[in-house]
Design a protein around this ligand. Structure first.
Ligand code: GLN
Length: 483
């Protein structure tokens, strides 16, 4: 049962082959059995889950269920969950029980879905390997010596190891697509504004976007309809109505114009990944797509621009954690300054502290024009590159990451090389566009991810293109040994 897709699980629930209570229990058992190895959950909400499952079973019994009623899901610990610890992977919020639900959580609940628990993540979503978590690193289920990617590493590892059929993530610079690639599953980062950020703890507000992990594009399509759409509590959420994504999944790909950015295929790209992407391109050609070389000339500027903008926004967003209102508070402060200093330096880890310092510096008078303003100008140019590209192609295709998953500890002492693992994903956030990563092969036993980048609010098309590939290939059906 645990290898079944969401569509199949839904079928089993509707036809009463299994109850939501039994299904939930099965996943909870799997978490108990396997998560000691992976560390993918920070909190398992067993009682809460079994209660929600019982409620779902009532809805199923009286014929009041929708397609996702009773399906379990794991939530990244960045989403506020009422009455449940919401840590954001940080010691700062280790004692924080949220008094309210994020909009995303509310919508899952309203759909009758069952939360299994809260997944591990890099502290405040800053990282690419899930090694920055206060709760310890997450392991990659394909090889326990390797990282699962980050910052949504717990969610990706949990779905890859079948500890949950789906999970949420957030993507500020690649944190859904990169871990999806490293763990061999499907992930979608929607257009900025497609999914409400209300109750999603802010890292860099102009880049953060909530999204999803599942085994296939088909599953993602069903789930995206739960969370997409306007929310009056988030002034940046879009008023554009979300289409029903499952309807267009099987549209023909004949005549689809695929753009391959030449900047994505250079020496920095792993050979096996390059070959896997070329093989995927052949699959699309067979389906009637045409291939076009395009250029995204400012690709190399996106990382430097991001590492000014994201820290700047994070330094402002994280100013609220001061040991007064909520969060960690140091013992016996001498005075107010001592309270601020010690609460913050005890509560935040190294990477978060580094970014707060960079951001504060970049925003200070005298440096603002040289750094922040310059980075914002680059951001506009990066967006323009995509705008130009989408005049001649329908979708942009490339690798998700330059290399497969790396070893735990391999990049922890070199933040710059860690930052480079997002070289193909970050520009998409700067431009606010939707992106996906889907499995496209293996190298030395580790999964390879293919990235699809769409035009703004083009999620339906992306899912259609990803599903077309998944009907022709079986990479997305593979399960890591031992799980
Ligand atoms: N790895 C990038 C960073 O550390 C992106 C993180 C994210 O998308 N949340 O900032």
């Amino acid at each position: 049962m645990f290898t079944k897709s969401i569509a199949e699980l839904s079928q089993a629930l509707q036809t009463k082959k299994i109850s939501s209570h039994e299904l939930t229990q099965m996943y909870l058992e799997r978490i108990k059995q396997f998560d000691k190895k992976l560390n993918s959950f920070i909190t398992v909400t067993e009682e809460h889950a079994l209660q929600a499952a019982k409620k779902a079973d009532v809805q199923l019994a009286i014929g009041n269920a929708n397609i996702l009623t009773g399906i379990p899901v794991a939530q990244k610990d960045i989403f506020c969950t009422q009455g449940v610890k919401t840590s954001c992977g940080s010691k700062m919020l280790d004692n924080f029980i949220s008094p309210y639900d994020a909009t995303v959580i509310k919508r899952f609940n309203a759909a009758g879905m069952v939360m299994l628990g809260k997944t591990n993540m890099d502290e405040f979503a800053m990282g690419s390997s899930n090694e920055n978590s206060y709760y310890g690193p997450v392991k990659n289920p394909w090889n326990l010596e390797y990282v699962p990617g980050g910052s949504s590493g717990g969610s990706a590892a949990a779905v890859a190891a079948n500890l949950a059929p789906a999970a949420t993530g957030t993507d500020t610079g690649g944190s859904i697509r990169q871990p999806a690639a490293f763990c061999g599953i499907s992930g979608i980062k929607p257009t900025y504004g497609r999914v409400s950020r209300y109750g999603m703890i802010a890292f860099a507000s102009s880049l953060d976007q909530g999204g999803l992990f599942a085994k296939s594009a088909e599953d993602l399509a069903l789930l995206l309809n739960v969370i997409a759409g306007f929310d009056e509590n988030d002034s940046t959420s879009a008023t554009i109505a979300a289409p029903y994504y499952a309807t267009t999944l099987n549209n023909s790909l004949k005549g689809l114009r695929i753009g391959l950015p030449k900047e994505f295929f250079n020496e920095a790209l792993d050979k096996d990944i390059a070959n896997a992407i070329q093989a995927a391109v052949k699959v699309y050609e067979k389906l009637g797509a045409t291939i076009h070389e395009i250029s995204l000339p400012r690709t190399s500027l996106s990382i430097p621009a991001y590492y000014v903008i994201a820290p700047a926004e994070c330094s402002s967003n994280l100013a609220r954690f001061d040991g007064v209102r909520y969060g960690h508070r140091c013992d016996a402060p001498k005075d107010l300054e001592d309270l601020y200093k010690r609460s913050r330096s005890e509560g935040f880890g190294k990477e978060v502290t580094r970014r707060i310092m960079i951001g504060t510096y970049a925003l200070s008078a005298g440096y603002f024009d040289a750094y922040y303003l310059k980075a914002q100008k680059i951001r506009r140019l990066v967006a323009q590159d995509f705008h130009e590209a989408f005049k001649s192609v329908d979708v942009i295709l490339g690798p998700t990451t330059p290399s497969p998953a790396f070893k735990l500890g391999e990049k922890t002492s070199d933040p710059l090389s860690m930052y480079l693992s997002d070289i193909y994903t970050i520009a998409v956030n700067l431009a606010g566009l939707p992106g996906m990563s889907i499995p496209a092969g293996f190298t030395a036993g580790l999964p390879i991810g293919m990235q699809l980048i769409g035009n703004a609010f083009g999620e339906a098309k992306l899912l259609n293109i990803a599903h077309g590939y998944q009907k022709e290939t079986d990479w997305h059906t593979k399960t890591p040994e031992g799980f």
